[in-house]
Design a protein around this ligand. Structure first.
Ligand code: AMP
Length: 355
């Protein structure tokens, strides 16, 4: 952390503002920050600011042509003593490398974002945390069961396809001309379950905040068309995310879910930043999500981790059944984040949640 920031660190939340990009989970982050008593700043792309004005979640709106221009407004944020909350749009617009250059105060370990952005690294982390992952097939010739082919650059799962044999793979791959690499992953027949966690370095507690499943186009409505018609019109499955659906899990599954989260947090403290070689000693903290398919034997196959707030928490702006158990007041993941910052500031431990 730069010395100039240390000089500005004070024990009263009125000295700070919480800032984020106007998209993804900004509404709940900003509303949650306001509920905790913070000033709020929303960085909006021109033309998208009306929404944030309408909900009155931002005390101030800073306009940019594109989120890619974030660094043009960074000095303004520093002057306002802003604390930045990263979400999915930071990763998709700036990329994990540029995020490392952010100088304004930033909630969360920046280096962790490299580990969620790189499929090989992500796999290494989750495997060492003892989680069960779908098998990866190194070459198409090895395909001996249903597999899902995921293209690295695919936005929202567009273009993914399923194959059952090497022959089917080679036939379908001809349709794709792009030079993006791909991964061949075992296709798990089951149901998707996305678990939203929060780990606070201040309380040193892990919390299960909520669960969701995704609403993906067209995968989630193919079942409305008879199989014969699907084949006749040559429908191809895509997984473009359009929204999130709330979910509660069988209570008997919660202890395992809790343990998975704990193991991932513990293991994250052994990771390091490949650019600097620095060990990520603070590890993963704040909100994160394990994305899994649960098979009929109730085994979790985790295929992805998001090391920051996910959009699946958006159905719970007023809290979830699980946060209600703990808080007895509306507690979104955005608000939980602000509470962590508030407790850190008031106990003079802000540095522990900045990364
Ligand atoms: P992803 O781009 O990895 O988030 O995957 C997009 C969607 O594909 C997920 O939301 C799941 O519905 C589905 N999916 C991904 N991986 C698997 C898998 N290994 N087995 C079954 N379904 C999967």
């Amino acid at each position: 952390m730069l010395k100039s920031f240390e000089a500005k660190i004070m024990g009263n939340i009125s000295e700070y503002a919480i800032a984020t990009l106007g998209s993804h989970t900004a509404l709940q982050i900003l509303r949650g920050a306001k509920d905790e008593g913070f000033k709020t700043i929303c960085i909006c792309q021109k033309g998208q600011d009306k929404l944030y004005e309408s909900y009155k979640v931002a005390d101030e709106i800073i306009l940019v042509d594109s989120f890619k221009d974030f660094f043009q407004v960074e000095d303004q944020l520093i002057q306002k003593n802003a604390i930045l909350i990263p979400h999915g749009s930071f990763v998709s617009y700036l990329g994990w490398e540029k995020i490392q250059d952010i100088k304004v105060m930033h909630y969360g370990t920046k280096g962790i974002l490299e580990w969620e952005s790189d499929r090989t690294k992500e796999r290494e982390w989750l495997t060492s945390a003892g989680l069960r992952l779908p098998k990866i097939f190194k070459t198409p010739g090895d395909i001996d069961r249903a597999v899902i082919i995921k293209f690295h650059g695919a936005k929202g799962g567009k273009g993914y396809f399923i194959a059952n044999s090497p022959e089917e793979f080679y036939e379908r791959i001809q349709e794709y001309s792009g030079d993006d690499g791909y991964v061949i992953q075992e296709y798990i027949v089951g149901v998707p379950v996305y678990t939203h966690y929060f780990y606070s370095p201040i309380t040193q507690e892990l919390e299960i905040m909520s669960f969701d499943k995704r609403y993906e186009s067209n995968a989630d409505s193919i079942g409305r068309i008879a199989a014969k018609d699907q084949i006749d019109v040559g429908i191809r499955t895509s997984y473009t995310i359009t929204g999130n659906i709330p979910l509660v899990l069988r209570e008997s599954m919660l202890p395992d879910v809790f343990e998975m989260g704990e193991n991932v947090v513990k293991e994250s403290r052994k990771l390091s930043n490949s650019l600097t070689g620095e060990k990520l000693t603070k590890g993963l903290y704040g909100p994160f999500c394990l994305e899994a398919i649960v098979d009929p034997d109730l085994r979790f196959y985790v295929f992805e981790i998001s090391a920051r707030i996910v959009a699946g928490t958006n159905p719970y702006i007023n809290g979830s059944p699980y946060t209600w158990l703990k808080y007895n007041e509306p507690m979104s993941t955005g608000r939980r984040l602000a509470r962590d910052l508030k407790e850190a500031i008031e106990s003079d431990r802000l540095q522990e949640v900045l990364g």
